[in-house]
Design a protein around this ligand. Sequence first.
Ligand SMILES: NC(=O)c1ccc[n+]([C@@H]2O[C@H](COP(=O)([O-])OP(=O)(O)OC[C@H]3O[C@@H](n4cnc5c(N)ncnc54)[C@H](O)[C@@H]3O)[C@@H](O)[C@H]2O)c1
Length: 313
Amino acid sequence: MNNNILVIGASGQIGTELTLKLRQIYGNQKVVASDIRNGNYEVMESGPFEILDVTNKDDILKVIQKHKITQVYLMAAMLSAIAEKKPKNAWELNMNSLFNVLDLAREKVIDKVFWPSSIAVFGPSSPKQDTPQLTVMNPSTVYGISKLAGESWCAYYHDKFGVDVRSVRYPGIISYKTNPGGGTTDYAVEIFHGAKAHKSYTSFLSENTVLPMMYMDDAINATIKIMQHEKFERYTSYNLAAVSFSPKEISEAIKKHIPDFTINYKTDDRQGIAESWPQTIDDKQARKDWNWEHKVDLDELVREMLQGLHFAV
Ligand SMILES: NC(=O)c1ccc[n+]([C@@H]2O[C@H](COP(=O)([O-])OP(=O)(O)OC[C@H]3O[C@@H](n4cnc5c(N)ncnc54)[C@H](O)[C@@H]3O)[C@@H](O)[C@H]2O)c1
Protein backbone atom coordinates (compact mmCIF):
# COMPACT_ATOMS: atom_id res chain seq x y z
CA MET A 1 0.00 0.00 0.00
CA ASN A 2 1.14 3.53 -0.73
CA ASN A 3 1.85 5.08 2.68
CA ASN A 4 3.74 8.30 2.21
CA ILE A 5 4.43 10.43 5.27
CA LEU A 6 4.67 14.21 5.66
CA VAL A 7 6.43 15.70 8.70
CA ILE A 8 5.50 19.37 9.22
CA GLY A 9 7.96 21.20 11.48
CA ALA A 10 10.81 18.92 10.37
CA SER A 11 13.49 21.54 11.09
CA GLY A 12 12.59 21.66 14.80
CA GLN A 13 14.00 19.82 17.79
CA ILE A 14 11.72 16.78 17.56
CA GLY A 15 10.84 16.95 13.83
CA THR A 16 14.50 16.60 12.82
CA GLU A 17 15.06 13.31 14.62
CA LEU A 18 11.56 12.04 13.90
CA THR A 19 12.11 12.51 10.14
CA LEU A 20 15.44 10.68 10.22
CA LYS A 21 13.97 7.76 12.19
CA LEU A 22 10.89 7.50 9.95
CA ARG A 23 13.17 7.46 6.88
CA GLN A 24 15.21 4.68 8.45
CA ILE A 25 12.02 2.62 8.97
CA TYR A 26 10.00 3.38 5.83
CA GLY A 27 12.64 4.51 3.32
CA ASN A 28 14.06 7.94 2.45
CA GLN A 29 11.69 8.71 -0.43
CA LYS A 30 8.58 7.77 1.57
CA VAL A 31 9.08 10.49 4.19
CA VAL A 32 8.75 14.13 3.11
CA ALA A 33 10.19 16.72 5.49
CA SER A 34 8.70 20.23 5.54
CA ASP A 35 9.05 23.44 7.50
CA ILE A 36 8.78 27.19 7.05
CA ARG A 37 12.61 27.35 7.19
CA ASN A 38 15.55 25.25 6.12
CA GLY A 39 16.72 22.64 8.59
CA ASN A 40 19.34 20.07 9.44
CA TYR A 41 21.65 19.17 6.51
CA GLU A 42 20.97 15.43 6.85
CA VAL A 43 17.19 15.96 6.81
CA MET A 44 17.38 18.18 3.73
CA GLU A 45 19.76 15.88 1.83
CA SER A 46 18.56 12.37 2.70
CA GLY A 47 15.05 12.69 1.22
CA PRO A 48 12.42 15.13 -0.08
CA PHE A 49 12.25 18.52 1.68
CA GLU A 50 9.59 21.19 1.05
CA ILE A 51 9.24 24.72 2.38
CA LEU A 52 5.63 25.29 3.46
CA ASP A 53 3.63 27.49 5.82
CA VAL A 54 1.36 25.25 7.89
CA THR A 55 -1.10 28.11 8.47
CA ASN A 56 -1.81 28.05 4.71
CA LYS A 57 -3.99 25.05 3.89
CA ASP A 58 -3.28 25.30 0.13
CA ASP A 59 0.46 25.07 0.80
CA ILE A 60 -0.08 21.81 2.69
CA LEU A 61 -2.49 20.46 0.08
CA LYS A 62 -0.02 21.08 -2.76
CA VAL A 63 2.72 19.13 -0.98
CA ILE A 64 0.28 16.34 -0.07
CA GLN A 65 -0.84 15.99 -3.70
CA LYS A 66 2.68 16.25 -5.12
CA HIS A 67 4.00 13.45 -2.90
CA LYS A 68 0.79 11.37 -2.55
CA ILE A 69 0.86 11.76 1.24
CA THR A 70 -1.42 9.62 3.43
CA GLN A 71 -0.13 10.40 6.95
CA VAL A 72 0.86 13.70 8.57
CA TYR A 73 2.96 14.26 11.69
CA LEU A 74 2.17 17.86 12.71
CA MET A 75 5.16 19.05 14.76
CA ALA A 76 5.05 22.80 13.98
CA ALA A 77 4.03 24.91 17.00
CA MET A 78 5.10 27.84 19.11
CA LEU A 79 6.50 26.61 22.44
CA SER A 80 5.77 27.75 25.99
CA ALA A 81 8.32 30.48 26.73
CA ILE A 82 8.01 32.20 23.32
CA ALA A 83 4.21 31.87 23.33
CA GLU A 84 4.02 33.94 26.55
CA LYS A 85 5.72 36.78 24.65
CA LYS A 86 3.54 36.46 21.51
CA PRO A 87 0.15 35.14 22.69
CA LYS A 88 -1.86 35.89 19.54
CA ASN A 89 0.78 34.55 17.16
CA ALA A 90 1.03 31.41 19.29
CA TRP A 91 -2.74 30.90 19.27
CA GLU A 92 -2.91 31.44 15.50
CA LEU A 93 -0.05 29.07 14.70
CA ASN A 94 -0.97 26.36 17.19
CA MET A 95 -4.69 26.32 16.34
CA ASN A 96 -4.73 27.11 12.59
CA SER A 97 -2.10 24.47 11.87
CA LEU A 98 -4.21 21.88 13.68
CA PHE A 99 -7.47 22.92 11.97
CA ASN A 100 -5.80 22.77 8.55
CA VAL A 101 -4.52 19.25 9.09
CA LEU A 102 -7.69 17.97 10.82
CA ASP A 103 -9.80 19.39 7.97
CA LEU A 104 -7.64 17.63 5.37
CA ALA A 105 -8.25 14.38 7.28
CA ARG A 106 -11.97 15.12 7.53
CA GLU A 107 -12.02 15.68 3.74
CA LYS A 108 -10.25 12.29 3.39
CA VAL A 109 -7.23 13.84 1.64
CA ILE A 110 -5.10 12.08 4.27
CA ASP A 111 -6.05 9.18 6.51
CA LYS A 112 -3.95 9.44 9.69
CA VAL A 113 -2.63 12.32 11.81
CA PHE A 114 -0.16 12.60 14.69
CA TRP A 115 -0.40 15.77 16.78
CA PRO A 116 1.57 16.24 20.01
CA SER A 117 0.12 17.74 23.13
CA SER A 118 2.13 18.57 26.24
CA ILE A 119 2.26 18.37 30.03
CA ALA A 120 1.45 22.11 29.74
CA VAL A 121 -2.26 21.16 29.55
CA PHE A 122 -2.07 20.84 33.34
CA GLY A 123 -2.17 23.90 35.56
CA PRO A 124 -1.69 25.17 39.10
CA SER A 125 -4.71 23.24 40.46
CA SER A 126 -3.76 19.92 38.86
CA PRO A 127 -2.13 17.36 41.18
CA LYS A 128 1.66 17.84 41.06
CA GLN A 129 2.62 14.22 41.78
CA ASP A 130 1.63 11.29 39.57
CA THR A 131 -0.64 13.61 37.61
CA PRO A 132 -3.39 11.36 36.21
CA GLN A 133 -4.56 11.14 32.61
CA LEU A 134 -7.85 12.81 33.49
CA THR A 135 -7.90 15.36 36.30
CA VAL A 136 -8.37 19.07 36.95
CA MET A 137 -6.83 20.89 33.99
CA ASN A 138 -6.57 24.64 34.21
CA PRO A 139 -3.50 25.66 32.18
CA SER A 140 -2.22 29.13 33.08
CA THR A 141 0.01 29.58 30.01
CA VAL A 142 -0.85 30.60 26.44
CA TYR A 143 0.85 27.44 25.21
CA GLY A 144 -1.06 25.19 27.64
CA ILE A 145 -4.37 26.80 26.71
CA SER A 146 -3.67 26.11 23.01
CA LYS A 147 -2.71 22.48 23.72
CA LEU A 148 -5.80 21.80 25.85
CA ALA A 149 -8.05 23.37 23.19
CA GLY A 150 -6.21 21.28 20.57
CA GLU A 151 -6.91 18.10 22.50
CA SER A 152 -10.62 18.94 22.61
CA TRP A 153 -10.69 19.64 18.87
CA CYS A 154 -8.93 16.34 18.12
CA ALA A 155 -11.54 14.50 20.22
CA TYR A 156 -14.32 16.39 18.41
CA TYR A 157 -12.99 15.59 14.91
CA HIS A 158 -12.50 11.97 15.95
CA ASP A 159 -16.01 11.57 17.39
CA LYS A 160 -17.99 13.64 14.85
CA PHE A 161 -16.10 12.98 11.63
CA GLY A 162 -14.21 9.75 12.30
CA VAL A 163 -10.81 11.43 11.89
CA ASP A 164 -7.97 9.10 12.91
CA VAL A 165 -5.79 11.42 14.99
CA ARG A 166 -3.33 10.17 17.60
CA SER A 167 -1.65 12.13 20.33
CA VAL A 168 0.63 12.05 23.36
CA ARG A 169 1.48 14.65 26.00
CA TYR A 170 5.24 15.01 25.75
CA PRO A 171 7.19 16.06 28.84
CA GLY A 172 10.38 18.15 28.30
CA ILE A 173 12.40 16.50 25.53
CA ILE A 174 16.18 16.24 25.85
CA SER A 175 18.43 15.82 22.81
CA TYR A 176 21.79 16.91 21.40
CA LYS A 177 21.28 16.89 17.61
CA THR A 178 19.01 19.95 17.37
CA ASN A 179 18.59 22.80 19.82
CA PRO A 180 15.26 23.19 21.63
CA GLY A 181 12.81 25.75 20.30
CA GLY A 182 11.97 28.05 23.23
CA GLY A 183 10.33 25.93 25.91
CA THR A 184 10.53 26.00 29.71
CA THR A 185 12.48 22.73 29.90
CA ASP A 186 15.26 24.00 27.57
CA TYR A 187 17.61 24.36 30.57
CA ALA A 188 17.94 20.56 30.66
CA VAL A 189 19.57 20.68 27.20
CA GLU A 190 21.53 23.94 27.68
CA ILE A 191 23.13 22.55 30.86
CA PHE A 192 25.01 19.94 28.78
CA HIS A 193 26.30 22.59 26.37
CA GLY A 194 27.53 24.58 29.39
CA ALA A 195 29.07 21.48 30.97
CA LYS A 196 30.98 20.54 27.81
CA ALA A 197 32.02 24.06 26.77
CA HIS A 198 33.07 25.61 30.12
CA LYS A 199 32.15 23.24 32.95
CA SER A 200 29.53 25.60 34.31
CA TYR A 201 25.93 26.62 33.76
CA THR A 202 23.53 29.26 35.08
CA SER A 203 20.04 27.78 35.32
CA PHE A 204 16.94 29.89 34.69
CA LEU A 205 14.96 27.51 36.95
CA SER A 206 15.63 27.26 40.68
CA GLU A 207 17.57 24.31 42.07
CA ASN A 208 14.64 22.24 43.37
CA THR A 209 12.19 22.79 40.47
CA VAL A 210 11.27 19.24 39.46
CA LEU A 211 9.80 18.68 35.98
CA PRO A 212 8.95 15.57 33.92
CA MET A 213 11.49 14.93 31.14
CA MET A 214 12.31 12.36 28.46
CA TYR A 215 15.28 11.48 26.26
CA MET A 216 14.62 12.07 22.54
CA ASP A 217 14.88 8.39 21.57
CA ASP A 218 12.03 7.50 23.93
CA ALA A 219 9.89 10.36 22.56
CA ILE A 220 10.48 9.25 18.96
CA ASN A 221 9.73 5.62 19.79
CA ALA A 222 6.47 6.60 21.51
CA THR A 223 5.46 8.74 18.53
CA ILE A 224 6.04 6.01 15.97
CA LYS A 225 4.59 3.27 18.19
CA ILE A 226 1.27 5.06 18.71
CA MET A 227 1.01 5.68 14.96
CA GLN A 228 1.71 2.02 14.19
CA HIS A 229 -0.92 0.80 16.67
CA GLU A 230 -4.22 -0.49 15.33
CA LYS A 231 -7.03 2.07 15.24
CA PHE A 232 -8.12 3.32 18.69
CA GLU A 233 -11.81 3.36 19.51
CA ARG A 234 -11.56 6.57 21.51
CA TYR A 235 -9.33 9.59 21.07
CA THR A 236 -7.00 10.17 24.01
CA SER A 237 -3.97 12.41 24.28
CA TYR A 238 -1.90 10.02 26.36
CA ASN A 239 0.21 11.02 29.36
CA LEU A 240 3.81 9.86 28.85
CA ALA A 241 6.44 9.65 31.56
CA ALA A 242 10.10 8.75 31.71
CA VAL A 243 12.22 10.62 34.28
CA SER A 244 11.63 13.60 36.58
CA PHE A 245 14.44 15.68 38.05
CA SER A 246 15.43 19.16 39.25
CA PRO A 247 18.36 21.31 38.04
CA LYS A 248 20.22 20.27 41.19
CA GLU A 249 19.66 16.56 40.53
CA ILE A 250 20.77 16.72 36.89
CA SER A 251 23.84 18.75 37.88
CA GLU A 252 24.76 16.02 40.41
CA ALA A 253 24.42 13.41 37.65
CA ILE A 254 26.69 15.50 35.36
CA LYS A 255 29.28 15.84 38.17
CA LYS A 256 29.74 12.06 38.12
CA HIS A 257 31.39 12.60 34.69
CA ILE A 258 32.75 16.16 35.09
CA PRO A 259 33.60 16.49 38.82
CA ASP A 260 34.47 20.22 38.67
CA PHE A 261 31.18 21.18 36.93
CA THR A 262 29.44 24.06 38.74
CA ILE A 263 25.85 25.29 38.54
CA ASN A 264 24.43 28.72 39.47
CA TYR A 265 20.84 29.88 39.56
CA LYS A 266 19.28 33.04 38.13
CA THR A 267 15.55 32.54 37.63
CA ASP A 268 13.42 34.39 35.07
CA ASP A 269 9.79 34.30 33.81
CA ARG A 270 10.11 30.63 32.98
CA GLN A 271 10.18 29.79 36.73
CA GLY A 272 6.48 30.73 36.99
CA ILE A 273 5.59 28.51 34.02
CA ALA A 274 7.52 25.58 35.51
CA GLU A 275 5.78 25.97 38.86
CA SER A 276 2.37 25.67 37.19
CA TRP A 277 3.25 22.23 35.73
CA PRO A 278 3.29 18.71 37.21
CA GLN A 279 6.44 17.21 38.72
CA THR A 280 5.72 13.56 37.96
CA ILE A 281 3.23 12.00 35.53
CA ASP A 282 1.10 8.87 35.76
CA ASP A 283 1.20 7.23 32.32
CA LYS A 284 -0.31 3.84 33.16
CA GLN A 285 -3.06 4.23 30.57
CA ALA A 286 -0.52 4.48 27.72
CA ARG A 287 1.40 1.54 29.20
CA LYS A 288 -1.83 -0.51 29.28
CA ASP A 289 -3.47 0.58 25.99
CA TRP A 290 -0.48 0.36 23.62
CA ASN A 291 2.35 -1.11 25.70
CA TRP A 292 4.29 2.13 25.94
CA GLU A 293 7.47 1.92 28.02
CA HIS A 294 10.41 4.27 28.35
CA LYS A 295 13.94 2.93 28.20
CA VAL A 296 16.29 5.75 29.17
CA ASP A 297 16.78 6.72 32.84
CA LEU A 298 18.63 9.78 34.20
CA ASP A 299 22.12 8.26 34.31
CA GLU A 300 21.89 6.91 30.76
CA LEU A 301 20.42 10.18 29.50
CA VAL A 302 23.38 12.09 30.98
CA ARG A 303 25.87 9.62 29.46
CA GLU A 304 24.26 9.87 26.01
CA MET A 305 24.12 13.67 26.09
CA LEU A 306 27.76 14.09 27.17
CA GLN A 307 28.93 11.62 24.53
CA GLY A 308 26.74 13.08 21.82
CA LEU A 309 27.81 16.71 22.15
CA HIS A 310 31.07 17.29 20.37
CA PHE A 311 32.41 20.38 22.11
CA ALA A 312 35.95 20.35 23.41
CA VAL A 313 35.99 20.05 27.20
N1 LIG B 1 10.41 19.89 22.75
C1 LIG B 1 9.69 19.66 23.83
O1 LIG B 1 10.23 19.55 24.92
C2 LIG B 1 8.18 19.50 23.71
C3 LIG B 1 7.45 19.18 24.85
C4 LIG B 1 6.06 19.06 24.76
C5 LIG B 1 5.44 19.19 23.51
N2 LIG B 1 6.19 19.49 22.41
C6 LIG B 1 5.48 19.64 21.13
O2 LIG B 1 6.12 18.88 20.12
C7 LIG B 1 6.03 19.57 18.86
C8 LIG B 1 7.43 19.78 18.29
O3 LIG B 1 8.19 20.52 19.22
P1 LIG B 1 9.70 20.96 18.96
O4 LIG B 1 10.34 21.04 20.30
O5 LIG B 1 10.30 20.15 17.91
O6 LIG B 1 9.46 22.47 18.46
P2 LIG B 1 10.48 23.42 17.68
O7 LIG B 1 10.15 24.82 18.03
O8 LIG B 1 11.89 22.96 17.88
O9 LIG B 1 10.11 23.15 16.16
C9 LIG B 1 8.92 23.63 15.58
C10 LIG B 1 9.17 23.79 14.09
O10 LIG B 1 7.98 24.32 13.50
C11 LIG B 1 8.38 25.20 12.47
N3 LIG B 1 7.32 26.16 12.15
C12 LIG B 1 6.97 27.27 12.85
N4 LIG B 1 6.00 27.93 12.19
C13 LIG B 1 5.74 27.23 11.06
C14 LIG B 1 4.85 27.43 9.97
N5 LIG B 1 4.02 28.49 9.92
N6 LIG B 1 4.85 26.51 8.97
C15 LIG B 1 5.67 25.44 9.00
N7 LIG B 1 6.56 25.21 10.01
C16 LIG B 1 6.58 26.11 11.03
C17 LIG B 1 9.61 25.90 13.04
O11 LIG B 1 10.40 26.49 12.00
C18 LIG B 1 10.31 24.76 13.77
O12 LIG B 1 11.29 24.16 12.95
C19 LIG B 1 5.27 20.87 19.16
O13 LIG B 1 3.90 20.67 18.92
C20 LIG B 1 5.49 21.07 20.64
O14 LIG B 1 4.46 21.83 21.21
C21 LIG B 1 7.54 19.65 22.48
